[in-house]
Design a protein around this ligand. Structure first.
Ligand code: FES
Length: 106
């Protein structure tokens, strides 16, 4: 499953990841800068904040209450397409998704 990460004011990179890997894990495994994943994917740290290509938004799992609350406290502005990368597992229907990385996670 192909994912393109676009670093803040930086390069964009396309990587390939397996199904069920999260957007946070795929980023950290491929040394993408700007997605930290400090809590290891437990939906507890919000350092995996990212902006999802709006054409993919309706294919994502719904926002949980915890994710919603964490997104209210992210370090970079929360936008309508803000999500936590660890809460989005890759599936074939997300092939080709573009993910923009915010300026800062801390
Ligand atoms: Fe901690 Fe996503 S990795 S909330």
């Amino acid at each position: 499953i192909k994912v393109t990460y676009i670093e803040f004011e930086g390069p964009e990179r396309e990587i390939s990841a397996a199904e069920d890997v999260s957007l946070m894990e795929a980023a950290t495994q491929n040394d993408i800068n700007g997605i930290d994943g400090d809590c290891g994917g437990a939906c507890a740290c919000a350092t995996c904040h990212c902006y999802i290509d709006s054409s993919f938004l309706d294919r994502l799992p719904p926002l949980s209450e915890t994710e919603d609350q964490l997104l209210d406290n992210v370090a970079s502005p929360r936008l309508p397409n803000s999500r936590l990368g660890c809460q989005i597992k890759l599936s074939p229907e997300l092939d080709g998704i573009q993910v923009r990385i915010p300026e800062t996670q801390a």
